[in-house]
Design a protein around this ligand. Structure first.
Ligand code: UDX
Length: 439
């Protein structure tokens, strides 16, 4: 099938590459000419495991190309819209400027083909009600479906080619719904053949599925971080607690890792946009709990700052502090709303000499945060440090040898912001080990 993917960021670049790899003919459209050139040269513009291989394979097959010209999307049967919906400046609400701009630019290029009208499939995470509004805008030029995306950074390729479910939000008109459903079924044929659940609903339900899923995940993380706070005042161990409650399969073990909390380009802004939308709809009370989820999450960052200040006996200015990790999670170079970078910035603001290292986000940091002292290796960052903070659980940081590292620091104090280190091994090597919610 001929497809277009509008917006080639974390979502779109992966979707375009994977769809071409599945055999479709795909054009990726983005307004950023530098990004388009990079993608056409086979270079992923961000760190995502496996994307480079899929991208180059798809380009080599001749089925994938990228362009800044929306007219190049004209011959596609299905147009995926995967542009960003960031948090608005000075508000909790989502900024829909890019979504509206993409639809406005696309509509003049929508044409019916021999196999029916063009289908626009929205993938961006949007406030409930957006699809209905966009469908009005598209009018008779095409049929709109809402097809939320659940990929995780770091596993984006795998999540795109082997999703755990597909969700289609379809128009109320039965004939139009059938057109959209059949077109998406054809796009995802090889995925559906494997028995992947495919759920269809109205626009609002499909839009809500995405924000509900992210709200639930955020709530799980803040729940265990609230338990970490309880463990801190009682001397209990949250890692043990999480394991023990996780044996109940109604609860499960996933997303119960206590630490410095969640960040990234999705969870924080999605729960805020959801609250803002609830307010607009007069249902503010239904989501008041998400305010608490957000507060617990942000409190953990300040808690780590407080622990660091305490470890430095209150004398922060001029003290070398090593920060291991800047990305919001490992296997990504994404620093959007990163808890690790937030903690590093707050410590830097207090006057600490922060040396930060991240296996993937280093180049990004050097570009956008010239104020920070970015180092190339953990050993370089920790040399002479008075306290070491592990804030993103990259495997290379988890595997650091406490004995070897202990030789180059000034004080053997480590704050394990992700509760991933073997506390006994670090203590045996003479370190003061400080976990979160652990005695
Ligand atoms: C998330 C959703 O998982 C995905 O389905 C959606 O499409 C986009 O948003 P992502 O932002 O890539 O994906 O990251 P995710 O793996 O969900 O992690 C989010 C944050 O939570 C990270 O900062 C991570 O470190 C943190 N986290 C995760 C915890 O603090 N504890 C956990 O137990 C799990």
């Amino acid at each position: 099938m001929k497809l277009s993917v509008i917006g080639c960021g974390y979502l779109g670049a992966v979707h375009a590459s994977c769809m071409a790899d599945l055999g479709h003919e795909v054009v990726g459209i983005d307004v950023d000419a530098a990004k388009v050139a990079q993608l056409n040269a086979g270079e992923p513009p961000f760190h995502e495991p496996g994307l480079g291989e899929v991208l180059r394979r798809a380009l080599d097959s001749g089925r994938l190309r990228f362009s800044t010209d929306m007219a190049d999307a004209a011959s596609a049967r299905v147009h995926f819209v995967g542009v960003g919906t960031p948090q608005q400046q000075g508000s909790y609400a989502a900024d829909l400027t890019y979504v509206d701009a993409a639809i406005d630019a696309l509509v003049p290029h929508l044409h019916a083909g021999s196999d029916g009208p063009a289908v626009v499939a929205g993938k961006s995470t949007v406030p409930v009600g957006t699809a209905a509004r966009l469908a009005e805008k598209i009018g008779d030029a095409g049929v709109l479906a809402w097809n939320p995306e659940f990929l995780r950074e770091g596993f984006a390729v795998q999540d795109t080619v082997a999703p755990d479910r597909l969700v289609y939000g379809l128009p109320g008109d039965d004939a139009k719904a059938a057109v959209a459903r059949d077109a998406l079924d054809a796009v995802y044929a090889s995925i559906l053949e494997r028995g992947t659940p495919r759920l269809t609903a109205d626009y609002a339900s499909a839009e809500l599925v995405k924000v509900a899923a992210n709200s639930f995940l955020a709530t799980k993380i803040s729940f265990i971080n609230a338990m970490a706070e309880m463990c801190e005042v009682t001397g209990a161990d949250v890692s043990f607690l999480a394991e023990a409650i996780g044996h109940d399969d109604r609860i499960g073990k996933k997303f119960l890792k206590a630490g410095i909390g969640f960040g990234g380009g999705c969870l924080p802004k999605d729960i805020r946009a959801f609250m803002a939308r609830a307010g607009e709809l007069g249902a503010e009370q239904s989501l008041t709990f998400l305010r608490e989820v957000d507060s617990i999450n942000l409190r953990r960052r300040q808690h780590v700052v407080n622990l660091t200040v305490h470890a430095l006996e209150g004398r922060v200015p001029g003290k070398p502090v090593a920060v291991l990790g800047a990305a919001f999670k490992p296997h990504s170079d994404d620093i959007r709303d990163s808890p690790a970078l937030d903690v590093a910035s707050r410590l830097s603001g207090l006057g600490a000499k922060v040396r930060i290292v991240d296996p993937a986000a280093g180049p990004v940091l050097r570009r956008v945060r010239p104020d920070l002292d970015v180092r190339d290796s953990a050993h370089d960052a920790v040399a002479g440090a008075h306290v070491v903070l592990l804030l993103t659980e990259w495997p290379e940081f988890r595997d650091l040898d406490p004995v070897e590292l202990g030789e180059s620091v000034e004080h053997r104090t480590i704050i394990d912001g992700r509760n991933v280190l073997d506390s006994a091994a670090w203590r045996a090597a003479g370190w003061t080990y400080i976990g979160l919610g652990r005695p």
